[in-house]
Write a protein that binds this ligand. Structure first.
Ligand SMILES: C[S@@+](CC[C@H](N)C(=O)[O-])C[C@H]1O[C@@H](n2cnc3c(N)ncnc32)[C@H](O)[C@@H]1O
Length: 330
C-alpha cells in the first residue's frame, strides 16, 4: 500500500461495465488492485475479527444486546487479535472507551437489530437466508431457525476456512442448513447461489452487514441488482451503508484513531472511496419498499447503544431495511 488514495480504477468498473473505464477515483485499501485474501489476519478480513471481539465483550455485559458464545473463540485463535479484550472489565475506560465502548456497542446494536429483522423474516415464512460478507457472523449457529431453513454464507475463502476451523474446534453445530459459498463479491458470485441450492422462486432474506462500505460503488450497484434478480416477492434485504464519503477531518475522530492506533485496523483507509450509489432509490425503482434508518434510531429503540457526538464517525452510517413488493423477474 503506497498511501496514495487515488488510484486508477479498472477492474470493477470494466468488469461490470457500469461506469467509464479509467476514471480516477479514490479507492480503499480493501479494493485496491491486487488486494489479496489474507483471511482474518489482515486487510479487510481483520474487520471481521473487530466485530467478533465487540460481540465477545457484549456477550458479557449485564445489559447485553446479543449473546454470541462463539465470538471469543475467533478472537483467541487469530494472531491479529492477540491481546484484544474479551470481557468488559478488560477494557480500560469501560463504556467511555471510543473503541470497545462506543464502536463496540455500535456493532452489538447492529447485530441485535439485524438479528431481529431476520427473526421477523423467518416469522413471516422465509426459509432461505443469504449472508453477504458473512465474516465471523454466527447467526447460522446461534439463532433459532424454523425447521427447513437454510443459510448461505458468502465471504472470501480464507475467512470462511478460518471460521469453519474454529467453529469445528468449538464443536458448534449449525441450527439451520448452512452452506458456505467462498467467493469474492467483486466477482461473479451470484450464479453460485442457485448452484448451491438457493431457489430464486422462493423469498429470501438477504443481509449485507458491514461489507458494502469496503466495496466500490459500481460493485454495490451490481450486488444489489444481483440480489434483486435472485429475489422473489416478499424477499427482504438489510444492509449497512455510508451514503457519503467521510472527510479527512474525521480521520482523528476518537473511534477511527483508536481503531487505527491500537489495533492497526485503519477503517478510513479500508473504506472504499468511490462515490456511493443511491441504492435505496435503485431498489425502490425495482419494486422494493425501503426504510433508511440511522443507528441512533435503534439506540432509542433498544434503550442502549451509541448516541450522536461531535465529529462523529458513526453519524453517516445508515441501515436499510427493504422488502420486495413486486416481481421484476423476466
Ligand atoms: C466488518 S466484516 C463484517 C462481517 C459480518 N458481516 C459481521 O457483521 O460480522 C466485513 C466482511 O466483509 C468481507 N468482505 C470484504 N470484501 C469482500 C469481498 N470483496 N468479497 C467477499 N467478502 C468480502 C470481509 O472478508 C469481512 O468478513
Amino acid at each position: 500500500m503506497d498511501g496514495n488514495p487515488r488510484r486508477r480504477v479498472r477492474n470493477d468498473e470494466e468488469q461490470y461495465g457500469l461506469s467509464p473505464v479509467g476514471a480516477e477515483v479514490p479507492v480503499g485499501e480493501a479494493t485496491a488492485p491486487g488486494a489479496g485474501d489474507a483471511g482474518v489476519e489482515g486487510g479487510v478480513g481483520a474487520t471481521a475479527l473487530l466485530v467478533a471481539a465487540a460481540r465477545a465483550i457484549e456477550s458479557h455485559r449485564p445489559d447485553a444486546l446479543v449473546h454470541d458464545p462463539y465470538a471469543e473463540h475467533f478472537v483467541r485463535a487469530a494472531g491479529a487479535s492477540a491481546g484484544w479484550p474479551l470481557r468488559p472489565e478488560q477494557v480500560p475506560g469501560g463504556g467511555a472507551d471510543p473503541l470497545w465502548g462506543r464502536l463496540g456497542r455500535y456493532f452489538a446494536l447492529r447485530t441485535r437489530a439485524l438479528d431481529d429483522a431476520l427473526r421477523e423474516a423467518a416469522g413471516a415464512g422465509i426459509r432461505q437466508f443469504v449472508l453477504l460478507g458473512a465474516g465471523l457472523d454466527t447467526r447460522a449457529y446461534r439463532l433459532r431457525w424454523p425447521e427447513g431453513t437454510t443459510v448461505w454464507e458468502v465471504d472470501r475463502p480464507n475467512v470462511l476456512a478460518f471460521k469453519e476451523r474454529i467453529l469445528a474446534h468449538a464443536q458448534a453445530v449449525p441450527a439451520a442448513g448452512r452452506v458456505a459459498v467462498p467467493a469474492d463479491l467483486r466477482e461473479n458470485w451470484a450464479p453460485r447461489l442457485p448452484a448451491a441450492g438457493l431457489d430464486p422462486a422462493a423469498p429470501t432474506g438477504w443481509l449485507a452487514e458491514g461489507v458494502l462500505l469496503y466495496l466500490p460503488g459500481a460493485v454495490e450497484r451490481h450486488l444489489l441488482a444481483a440480489v434483486d434478480e435472485l429475489s422473489a416477492p416478499r424477499s427482504t434485504l438489510c444492509y449497512e451503508i455510508k451514503p457519503v464519503r467521510e472527510v479527512e477531518t474525521l480521520r482523528d475522530s476518537p473511534v477511527y484513531a483508536a481503531t487505527r492506533d491500537r489495533l492497526g485496523v485503519d477503517l478510513l483507509r479500508l473504506f472504499e472511496g468511490s462515490p456511493r450509489p443511491d441504492s435505496a432509490s435503485d431498489l425502490a425503482a425495482r419494486g422494493w419498499r425501503c426504510s433508511v434508518q440511522s443507528p441512533f434510531d435503534h439506540t432509542r429503540r433498544y434503550g442502549r447503544g451509541p448516541l450522536p457526538e461531535p465529529d462523529d464517525a458513526l453519524a453517516a452510517n445508515r441501515w436499510v431495511f427493504a422488502e420486495k413488493t413486486t416481481s421484476t423477474a423476466g
